[in-house]
Design a protein around this ligand. Structure first.
Ligand SMILES: Nc1ncnc2c1ncn2[C@@H]1O[C@H](COP(=O)(O)OP(=O)(O)O)[C@@H](O)[C@H]1O
Ligand SMILES: [Mg+2]
Length: 256
């Protein structure tokens, strides 16, 4: 066995990712980041610092000025648009703050969407709904659900096709604290159960505390809470010191 065989392919690598809007301020500056398979990372940082921009670049919802996004060993910038779209459709799952569950589809149809789009059998959709605590609700429509239940549907939909990488932008931001706590537990359990590496952007220190490690986005780059650079960040996944829970001086929650 060669050394290469023994080293797991990262779920995600960002290399030298840069983004600025117009001639205005630079949002991301040569950002480097590596996420190991199955690893769960929380990203925090002040409002407007570029957290959503980073997720959007990884997701292909926006394009970087320079740098590369490598998903499960596949460099997105080397693919044409169609191939990049297919790669992301197969390898990524998304959970948004505002749920984005489609109102005219039943819960089962919502969850089955990623399977349909990937030409996969749709049998797994009801099991996935059951896994998020919505057993027997497949024929219901989203209007019959609470916010917490809608986010459970979104989590089921994000994971049903067993993506390598799950991106979540403030997944509990629209939920009351008790519901947020329940949904967060479920989110973490299901992302681990399906083996998806996860990036969760959050304002909440309590939410971030469930992650394997916490990174702070500031000055265009990602930093461990202690402030050191995370360029060779996979090693931090198994480094207990990276789990230090020192808090930023002022959280974005306080700013709201
Ligand atoms: N499409 C856009 N056009 C121009 N500026 C943008 C656009 N999207 C985001 N920005 C700006 O980029 C910065 C980062 O935004 P964002 O990634 O949404 O921050 P965060 O998610 O950390 O709150 C902000 O200053 C925001 O105003
Ligand atoms: Mg944002």
């Amino acid at each position: 066995m060669t050394l290469r065989d023994e080293v797991a392919v990262p779920a995600l690598e960002c290399r030298g990712l840069s983004k600025q809007y117009g001639a205005g301020r630079i949002v991301l500056a040569h950002l480097d980041f590596t996420l190991g398979p199955g690893e769960f990372v929380a990203i925090m940082g002040d409002s407007g610092v570029g957290k959503s921009t980073l997720l959007n670049l990884i997701a292909g919802l926006d394009s970087a000025d320079s740098g590369d996004v490598i998903i499960d060993g596949n460099s997105v910038t080397r693919l044409d648009d169609n191939a990049a779209t297919r790669l992301r459709r197969r390898k990524l799952g998304f959970v948004f703050q505002a749920f984005h569950v489609l109102p005219h589809l039943t819960l089962a149809q919502n969850v089955a969407l990623p399977l349909l789009l990937n030409d996969l059998p749709t049998d797994g959709a009801l099991d996935m709904l059951a896994a998020v605590g919505l057993s027997g609700r497949g024929d219901d429509f989203p209007r019959q659900l609470s916010g917490g239940e809608l986010q459970r549907v979104a989590i089921a939909r994000a994971l049903v096709h067993r993506p390598k990488l799950l991106l979540a932008d403030e997944p509990t931001g629209n939920l009351d604290p008790d519901t947020a706590h329940d949904v967060l537990g479920l989110f973490r359990a299901q992302s681990k159960a399906t083996g998806a590496a996860t990036i969760m952007v959050t304002h909440s220190k309590a939410a971030a505390a469930v992650a394997d490690r916490i990174l702070i986005l500031s000055d265009g780059g990602l930093h461990a809470e202690s402030g050191e650079s995370t360029d060779s960040a996979t090693s931090a996944a198994t480094n207990p010191s990276s789990r230090t829970r020192s808090s930023p001086a002022r959280s974005a929650d306080d700013a709201r």
